[in-house]
Design a protein. Sequence first.
Length: 216
Amino acid sequence: MATLLHIDSSVFPGEASSSRSVTNAFRKAWEEQDPEGTVIYRDLAADPVPHITAAAWSAGYATPAQRTPEQSAAFAARVKLIEELEQADTVLIGAPMYNFSIPSTLKTWLDSVLLLGRTAGETPSAQGTPVIVVASRGGSYAPGTPREGYDFVQNYLQAVLEGTLGLDLEFIVPELTMAPRNPAMAELIPLYEASRERAFEEATTKAKELAERLAA
């Protein structure tokens, strides 16, 4: 039995969100493969993590005896999030692109779980844990597209999740999600549909592979 940490950050609910639709497909396939497993779910839009404060930040560099009551309370909230990450056998993150980057709620979660000497540093505590990021976007920022250099989602998350936390990172990228809604993008609808179908297939396949591997 394995543990999946599932994090959504889209401001849109249910099927209105491309990233939520794909993470839901991943989770469904995971649960079918490992029905006795555990899912820890965080909806950062419905229940956002508090922004990092000076007390929460500085507490990470003080011993328990040195912390003020304010620091202790703030640090306890960070530790809860950190422990969820450390308990996970796989992490699933919905990360839609907003204004060329990730949602602020996801950035806040990352600020809380990044702790030098524990989750970050020479031996990150969650090192090697698979993390699947569904990085949806309204347009396309693939190599050769006009806005190739405007994608600050994948390079940022690669630096944080892989380079700092030491996680084993893979991206699933549903793109052109605005095509059905924007008349100016109507000719791109077939590409959007192909991207969406591919994302669902990748999510389902990867979920089954990981759940099966972890159950072995």
